[in-house]
Design a protein around this ligand. Sequence first.
Ligand code: ATP
Length: 421
Amino acid sequence: MPKINLARQMDRQLPTELSGFLRSAGRVAVGRRENLYLVGGAVRDLLLGEANYDLDLVVEGDGPALAAVLAPGSKLTIHRRFGTAKFRWQQWSVDLATARRECYSRPGALPRVVPGSIGDDLWRRDYSVNAMAIALNPRSFGGFMDLYGGREDLGAGLLRILHERSFIDDATRIWRGLRYEQRLGFKLERNTLRLLKQHTVMLDTISGDRLRYELECVLAEECPERVIRRAAQLSVLASLHPYLEGNGWLRQRYGRARRLTRPQSPSITLYLALLAYRLTEERKEELISKLRLTKPVARTLRDTTGLNSRLKALSAARLKPSQIYDLVHGYDITAVTAAMLVGGEAPAGLRLKKYLEKLRFVKTALSGTDLKAMGVAPGPGFREIMNKLRRARLDGQAVSRQDEEALARKWLAAGPPSPPA
Ligand code: ATP
């Protein structure tokens, strides 16, 4: 096979400062008698002509030690067990790993690793298109290593695993494959697809934390619903929870979410809340514990259940702004946003929109201190007056500070509020 050198393509395509950094990193490595390579997604995206802000470097040597020389003074995150170091270089996030061989003690477990060659390191990768490397040492700079036909697969738009046990060793590669398939517009190669279907059960060997991470990566994609729909077709989604659905309902809500948050992407929590929206309370709890969701995210999911039970009340023919406020106030804002996106143009959806855009920001002119100065004693009556003032503001009965003062005086003169019925 003719040797391919990508140095010119790198200089042409990569920002000047980045190709400069890669060249100087190669020089530093050679000074340490080490061989340095650019690998993984950065190589794939270079060949596809796409920008990539995550750089994966592999060194035949000592990753963390080389990182300390390349990024003096910057914060290094080091994983001794894997021989990896992570740091930022300008706008790039750099992962520098010691070339390694992996050994899986049992399916789904994190692998045991021993130092190895660049060839070993490429063998442990997920798909051929992610298993290409470019040499960075000065004498061989740009030298292209493609041991598993990655370039050809890239041209044909195919995702191919490197060996038959790949999904058994690490079933998270299933989710990764579905992401790449949709993002790059690629297809899983025939045998890879067959093995993926056969080994979907291996997802049960993956810890909740790792599954959550994979799902978060899906939800960070530009169009997560495409990955979710494909995952549903292949029974991969069911491994998160058997009652999750990836249908047109979800597609429509995700589209609405994007239109709402444009030009930013919706948050992962909002996407997750929509994905889990139609699960019953009990099933949501199962998902929360399976994925070991954090407390704030779990709260968002739980609040969508609470809000959903209020949609009927929020659809009533006539509702004063203060009534909308009372029905919605206290729920997590991401949950309210999810419920609004579910409600759409129906009355409940429009009212939730009004709450989010307007009502929740309505404030009284009088503060607690002002009320105290007017002689209101602390206690339940105090809170009640504050709430009534806010309602008056919301419903337009008070439009100025003077209006609020007059109302507060009237209520004070009428005596303490009667206890709630
Ligand atoms: P993305 O554009 O999604 O960031 P990437 O290819 O850069 O894609 P990373 O998750 O940053 O993906 O991983 C970097 C590289 O590490 C991959 O290209 C792949 O070679 C390898 N890799 C990551 N996770 C796995 C895995 N579970 N199994 C095998 N190889 C993996």
